[in-house]
Design a protein. Structure first.
Length: 490
């Protein structure tokens, strides 16, 4: 036993006389911050429940992450719509595909996909469709001329009001501005005349043949005298008012988009199939044809596919900025989202950058659609883009800071304010369907791992997981020390 020095012994004797005998003595401990954090009990935010589709696991707690907008709607979600953001190569495509495959395990689910990406002459969803025994609906101007798929904007299954709204949207998207009153009147008169001639309308009476866009163009060029007399104007004035409208619609009849919308709707489109894929990969993604196509498909689905039959439907749109960034198309889809929500529709919009839509011509319409998306999934973005995204979506500061550091397959999930960092998990059975050689737009470290032997792929995935966990732990520790510092100052 070590001997105390005289001064120490005297100090102990004096302390014992005043305060009594000291039972224990706590010696100072030197440690690192990494070891000291062990004294804090592990905590994690509550999950979303255990009913629905498993997405993966939470990075912080390791718990399974389960999400289903239909199960959460009304209790934890005010709206079942979902926004997916992130740069290419981080796993958006893999998430979309596995989510759809897992949802289709439920018998009361139906999914429609607007597939705007693809290579080798087919869309990106072609492999999944083949696996499920489904033929994609390929909208291709060249194929349509040879008996391919057609969708008729004047299909009798679409209401008269829906037809006219769709025609206006097509024209306004192509012209880049709204229709004036005179052009709108000429279009309305031509549409009414065509429906009257073919016996169409909302009364359910079937015409001898479906009215088509060619009939509208013909009426715009050669209006009926009764239309002019009703407005007490000259017939030449009515013809002049509809000239620009006729030229725009003529593009769908005899221009670069001919063949897809200038005839009766093709027979054989199975609207009861669990998965319906519209292959738009043959259309130039940067042309005005894409938002026109999406508008026509969206309205056609609204009147033919969405029905009050208690089924849960998912409408997934890739390259959704074509919709959100066009004020005219955005208005159509905004109505579709409000209408479909009451009938069990979940709209999934996939975009690369939020700045593509919030700074565009349809900023007001985009804000309304984003407000209806109660679920937001954000993959890795650059720091400045992450700050802009966080500001628009109202993300907490720690989530904004971690977004630029996310590795492929890991994303920030914001489900009506419940914010988690989630690692997306893919099964061995799903891997060949999710990662394909032609999926160049989503090439990533994860897809490269799928081309390696199984052991190497698993090793690479484990290394990525470990790196992600280390970053998450470092961020959590930094937040903890910051909180302690604030309490000390206070």
């Amino acid at each position: 036993m070590a001997m105390l020095d005289p001064l120490g012994a005297l100090t102990d004797a004096f302390t014992t006389f005043l305060f009594g005998k000291v039972e224990t003595t706590r010696l100072p401990v030197r440690t690192s911050t990494g070891q000291a954090q062990a004294v804090y009990l592990p905590t994690a935010a509550p999950g979303l429940g255990d009913s629905g589709v498993i997405i993966g696991r939470e990075v912080y707690s390791g718990k399974g992450y389960i999400y289903d907008p239909f199960q959460l709607y009304g209790q934890q979600l005010p709206a079942p719509h979902w926004l997916v953001l992130g740069e290419s190569g981080n796993g958006k495509s893999a998430l979309e595909k596995t989510y759809v495959l897992r949802q289709l395990r439920f018998r009361d689910r139906q999914v429609v996909v607007l597939d705007a990406q693809g290579e080798d002459g087919v869309g990106e969803w072609n492999l999944i469709a083949e696996q499920l025994g489904i033929t994609p609906i390929r909208l291709d101007p060249t194929a349509a001329l040879n008996g391919g798929i057609r969708l008729n904007p004047l299909d009798p299954s679409i209401t008269t009001t829906g037809q006219l709204a769709l025609l206006r949207t097509i024209i306004e998207v192509a012209m880049g501005h709204g229709l004036d009153e005179r052009s709108g009147f000429a279009l309305k008169v031509a549409h009414s005349t065509v429906l009257g001639e073919f016996g169409g309308g909302d009364d359910g009476s079937g015409p001898p043949r479906q009215p088509v866009l060619t009939d509208i163009v013909e009426q715009l060029r050669h209006p009926e005298a009764e239309a002019a007399e009703a407005m007490n104007v000259d017939i030449d004035d009515v013809r002049a008012w509809g000239l620009d409208v006729a030229l725009v619609l003529d593009r769908l009849v005899d221009g670069d988009l001919r063949g897809m919308f200038d005839g009766p709707t093709s027979a054989g489109i199975d609207l009861d199939a669990p998965l319906i894929v519209f292959d738009l990969s043959h259309i130039d993604r940067n042309s005005i044809a894409m938002p026109i196509l999406m508008a026509i498909v969206g309205v056609w689905l609204e009147h033919t596919w969405i029905r009050p039959d208690r089924k849960k439907r998912i409408f997934l749109v890739e390259e959704a900025w074509h919709i959100i960034n066009s004020p005219f198309v955005a208005q159509l889809f905004q109505r579709l989202l409000k209408f479909g929500r009451r009938l069990g529709l979940s709209f999934v919009a996939v975009v690369h950058h939020l700045s593509d839509v919030v700074d565009g011509a349809a900023a007001r319409e985009a804000a309304a659609i984003l407000k209806m998306a109660s679920t937001r999934t954000i993959y890795a973005q650059k720091a400045d883009e992450a700050r802009s995204t966080g500001q628009v979506l109202g993300l907490p500061r720690w989530a904004v800071e971690i977004i630029p550091t996310l590795t492929p397959g890991i994303a920030v999930w914001d489900v009506n304010g419940n914010v988690q960092v989630v690692k997306h998990l893919i099964t061995e059975a799903e891997r060949p369907l999710v990662y394909t050689d032609r999926a160049m737009t989503e090439a990533s470290e994860v897809s490269a791992a799928s081309a390696l032997p199984t052991d190497e792929a698993r090793a690479l995935e484990a290394a990525a997981d470990a790196e992600a966990e280390q970053r998450a732990e470092a961020l959590a520790l930094a937040r903890q020390l910051q909180d302690e510092s604030s309490e000390t100052v206070a």
